[in-house]
Design a binder for this molecule. Sequence first.
Ligand code: VGL
Ligand code: ZN
Length: 257
Amino acid sequence: LLDQDQDDRLSKKDFLETCFYWLKQILQPVSALIVVDVQNDFLDGSLALRNCPAGQDGLGVIPAINSVLDTVNFDLVVYTRDWHPSNHISFIDNIDKRKLHSTNKILCSEAKPMDTVIFEGPPPTVQKLWPSHCIQGSWGSELHTELKNTDGGIIVNKGTHPNVDSYSAFWDNNRQSQTDLVKILSKHKVTDVYVCGVAYDVCVGFTCLDAVEHGFRTVLIEDACRGVDLTDIDEMRKNLKTNGAVISHSCKIKDLV
Ligand code: VGL
Ligand code: ZN
């Protein structure tokens, strides 16, 4: 409005509209809870977190998430699902059906779950190997029945392409294609996202990092998460803090939303 150059001047109407837009962002945040991959396989099935190096019980996220859903009125709730075809690149059981890149030091027959290998391309793909999990339509892929369902809750699937994994609920690991998540959040004019679920150091963490990058104020509900590996969890926590995510606790969320 104060610009000297007549041509560059915002009209009074545009100026007030811009001010109003930002005031609304600050005074009237729109919140979304993103519940990441609270599926049978991670809690009680083929990739149960209690059998992973950190030995954490995935089932422990359920009371924490349900209490947040009971006490906080989010504008939107999104449930993500890891949603793999049976020929998915991340499954160690499929390793024989794919070609390892010549730079690998291990043979197919020697690979163990959680080893990282490079598959021959195109494009060559660095991939951590997991037991088969969350196969589309299987029991293991279902959201756990004790997880509170929300009226109007939206489901977002990820990891649906056979040749690329997807740790973030926004992007595949090659950043070639996006899920529907950012479109859904934008459509609802979401400003703030609250993230919980499994696994802290995998899909929860990478979802938070992409949420920050997309410009959402991002809060991790740490006691409503369980992870795979303690070292990776610590590294992810540091990474999230450095990037500007807020680490919080389920009992504090009602004061933030
Ligand atoms: C996940 C390992 C493999 C997760 C998904 O949801 O964190 N972890 N696929
Ligand atoms: Zn997966």
